[in-house]
Structures are given as C-alpha cells and as structure tokens.
Design a protein around this ligand. Structure first.
Ligand code: MN
Length: 499
C-alpha cells in the first residue's frame, strides 16, 4: 500500500491567565486526562499529542505556526476548558493552515449539585468559552469542524476518528500527483476540467507523459519479475479459461503482470500516486491495462479511465482517507452502466471495461481473458468478481466552469439476483438514496458524471467536510433528498459561489 505519513493530531486547550495558577494546573491536568482517554480508546486512527494550554495571543500564534510547519501534524483539536477571549485567537487562526476540529466537550459529565460553587463554574465553563471561540471562527469565515459530545462517549470518539480521516484527506490532497498517459477521451465533457484551478483548489499536480515512455518501462521489466508475478496471480486467483488454450491464456496474463511491474516502477520513480489511461491511446502497450490497473488500485493508487484525472485523484484521496481502517470494505473507481428497472428491485449495475478495484470484492476473484469491445489490442486479462453489500458513498467531482462541485450520493449496495456468467468484468450493484428515480434525477440535475469515486468505508459527512475544507461546493443526495428542494439548493449555490 502506498502509505501516508505517521500523522499526529495536536490537542490545544484554550484558557487565559485570569483564573490563577491552580486553575490553569487543573486545566492542563484535565486536558491530559482527555487526551490519554482518547488515545487509549482504540477508536482513533491517529495519535493525539497534548500541547501546553494556549493562554495568550503569542502562545496561540506560535503553536499554530509550529503546527503549520510540522510535517507530521495533520490537524489541530481545540477545546476551551475555561473562557478564552477570542480576540487572542485571531492571528493564530488566520495563520493556521491545518484542519481544525473544535471539540465542544466538558471535563465533568454531570453538574456536581451538592458541591458546585463559583470556583467550579469558573473552571468548567466550556459552554461559555467554546461559544466565544466559535464566534471568532465564524467571523473569520474559516472552515472548521465542530463536534459536541462528552469525551468519554464512544459516539464522540467515533466522530473524532471520522473527522481525523477527513483531515488526512485534506492534508494529503496537496501531495496527490496524477500521471496522465493519455488525454481525456475525445469529445467527452464530464471528464474534462481546469487543471490549473484543480491545483489551486486541491493542490493536485496533473502531468502528462507520452504513453510510449511508460510502454518502454513496461518493455524493460525483467522476465523473472513477470514470471514471479504470474505465479502470484495463479496462486491468488481462480483461472477461468472458458475454452481458451492454457498457454495462450497464461501469455495474456503475463502481459498484465509486465504492465503492473512496469507501471508501478514508473509511478514510484516519478512520485505519482494516481494514473489515468485511455483505451484509445495505448501506444506500444499490447493490452489495455486491466488486471494491472486493478492491482495498482488495490495497492492504493488512484485511477481514472479515459483520461479522467479528477476521478483518479479522488480515488487516491479516498483510499488514503481509509488507510489502516479495520475491516475496511474497499474503495474503487466505478462507472454507472445499466439499470434494473423491475419494481422493488431497482438499481444500477456498476462496472467498467476492466478497471474495478479488488478491495471491494466479495468472495472469490477470478481471472478472465476476453476481447474488449473497444480499441484494437489483444484480449486483456482482468479480475472478475462481485462486490460487497451494504451502505456506501459514490462521489463525482465536476468542473462547472466557474467552480468545482462534489456530488455525494448515499447508496445501498446489493447482490444481483442471478449470476451473470457472460459478463467478463467485476461489478457492483446499488440503489441510490432515496430511491433510484429521485437519486438518478438529482444526480443528473447536479451534473454528476458516469464515473465515480466509490467507497464503503467513508460517509457523506466526511466527503462533504473534505469539500468544505477545499472551499468547493458539495451537494448531498441522500434519504432526505426531494427534487424540489434539491433544485432550489443548486440554484442557491449558484449565487453563493458566484465570484
Ligand atoms: Mn469509463
């Protein structure tokens, strides 16, 4: 897996020096207890580092600028145990470039009715101090996440954990480099976009390479490496010859092994985390990269077909957001293909020509070799499987000319009723929320693509928070969507995002 750094999050408690040293000692002690409990919960994907209490403009500004320059700091969690006058946060917050979670909690769970006095009130006034802090954040018009809940509660810890993954998506976005070895498919609109604006908004570097440069890297792969990888494929996957000659089949599989090794080396050497291909622009490559691309996605690379660099970058970001997740169900590039319109069984069959990530597979994975219905190369080997069931999120990032919009659809993945023995590609099947008709109508009204970045392991909230942090529009299609309200939302957003 293409891993990201060993990221940490900083825990910064706000206060002031009005309350005396004893109170400040309690503030520090309490925030250390909270940090330890959060770290010990086993729920957070990343460690939290306790920082000394922020009590003055200077300390706040200094701490936040240290957070900016610390490569391993993925974000800051703030909480005002006492009252912390928010003017003292202005400069620090203006300069902070890391994601911020405002954790609105309180050290004690219950009001100590029998003993409460004004000393206790002054020491435990997050209800008061966190509102002052929140006000200045809103006035500065900066993006942040607010989570309210008791720090010992599993629900609160899970929400912090979820936000941490969003923060990783924000931080890692500016490290995404997409290699284009083909241009966008001729005349296709939705996979196009402004690459300069994408770099301004998301930090993505999107570079083109002549396809034959990477084809040369494929040609240079040592025979021993190809043979070893073919052995691995044959060990790991079922081989479905379907009447083909065994030796010829193996030769076709070997071409994909050679592409996998060559591509991975080329991407690694040049430091790219995502790649796009195009079936119509393959240069000296013998086959459309199918199995090879599926394996690279499984290793954590982003991918978009037909030159779709936006989806490639999104797949990479969503994969890195889910890194290290226990019982992860998978994240993939995906494409809407064909509908089932039988009442009560409505849904969209998802697939691609070849390139679906095996992380989403349910059950055995097979290799097939079949002709492609498009292009002019030999029959590519590909992994074939069906996908897991359950809730998931499908996203589409589009360029509207004056802005980017992220469309986020909650979907419910299901099994198709019957096997599809003649379909030589990996598939998923889902019903969009709130139902196929409204879901598809809203998607089309929003301008969503046929390509999606899809994950079982992320939520609409995480993706929407990511979009907010990037300063772009996000629209949700979920159980609450109605077409009338959705159209109004699109119209209002048009005004809200006008430059
Ligand atoms: Mn496609």
């Amino acid at each position: 897996m293409l891993a990201c750094k060993d990221y940490k999050f900083w825990f910064c408690t706000g206060s002031q020096d009005l309350y005396g040293d004893e109170c400040l000692a309690h503030v520090a002690e309490h925030s250390k207890i909270i940090v330890k409990a959060l770290n010990d919960s086993g729920i957070l994907p990343y460690e939290i580092i306790w920082k000394p209490t922020l009590i003055t403009n200077e300390v706040i500004r200094k701490t936040f600028n240290e957070a900016n320059t610390d490569e391993n700091c993925a974000g800051v969690i703030t909480w005002c145990h006492t009252f912390s006058p928010a003017k003292s946060w202005i400069l620090g917050l203006k300069e902070l470039r890391k994601p911020l979670l405002h954790l609105h909690t309180q050290f004690n769970r219950e009001i100590p009715y029998d003993t409460i006095d004004m000393d206790f009130m002054n020491e435990n006034q997050a209800a008061h101090g966190d509102r002052e802090f929140g006000h200045i954040f809103t006035r500065l018009n900066k993006s942040r996440k607010v989570i309210m809940g008791y720090w010992e509660d599993k629900d609160t810890q899970e929400r912090i954990a979820s936000w941490m993954r969003t923060a990783i998506g924000v931080i890692e976005s500016s490290h995404v480099r997409v290699m284009r070895i083909a241009d966008n498919m001729r005349n296709v609109a939705v996979t196009e976009g402004d690459k300069v604006e994408a770099q301004i908004k998301f930090g993505w570097e999107i570079d083109a390479y002549p396809v034959n440069e990477i084809a040369d890297a494929v040609k240079d792969v040592a025979q021993g490496d190809i043979d070893a990888l073919v052995e691995e494929y044959y060990d790991k996957y079922e081989i479905l010859l379907e009447g083909r000659d065994e030796a010829e089949f193996r030769k076709h599989v070997a071409v994909q092994a050679q592409i996998e090794v060559g591509f991975e080396k080329f991407l690694e050497e040049k430091n790219y985390q995502a790649i796009v291909t195009h079936f119509g622009d393959l240069g000296a490559l013998q086959q459309l990269p199918g199995l090879a691309i599926q394996r690279l996605m499984e290793k954590g690379y982003g991918f978009g077909a037909e030159g779709d660099w936006k989806t490639a970058a999104m797949v990479r970001i969503m994969k890195i957001m889910t890194q290290g997740m226990k019982n992860a169900k998978g994240t993939s590039f995906m494409e809407d293909y064909t509908y089932n319109l039988v009442p009560g069984k409505e849904g969209i069959l998802q697939a691609h020509m070849l390139e679906v990530c095996p992380t989403i597979a349910d059950g055995p994975i097979s290799i097939k070799c079949q002709p492609l219905s498009m292009g002019n190369r030999e029959d590519p080997a590909r992994l074939v499987f069906t996908s897991k069931t359950g809730p998931a999120v499908a996203t589409s990032l589009i360029d509207l000319g004056d802005r980017f919009r992220l469309i986020i659809n909650d979907v419910e993945c299901k099994k198709v009723e019957k096997p599809m023995p003649k379909l030589p590609v990996a598939t998923a099947f889902w019903t969009p929320q709130p139902n196929l008709k409204t879901g598809a109508e809203a998607w089309i009204l929003a301008g969503g693509a046929h390509h999606t970045a899809f994950s079982y392991d992320l939520t609409a909230e995480q993706m929407g928070d990511w979009a907010e942090a990037m300063g772009i529009e996000a629209v949700y299609i979920d159980k609450d969507t109605t077409i009338r309200n959705f159209k109004n939302e699109l119209m209002w957003n048009e005004a809200a995002f006008r430059k």
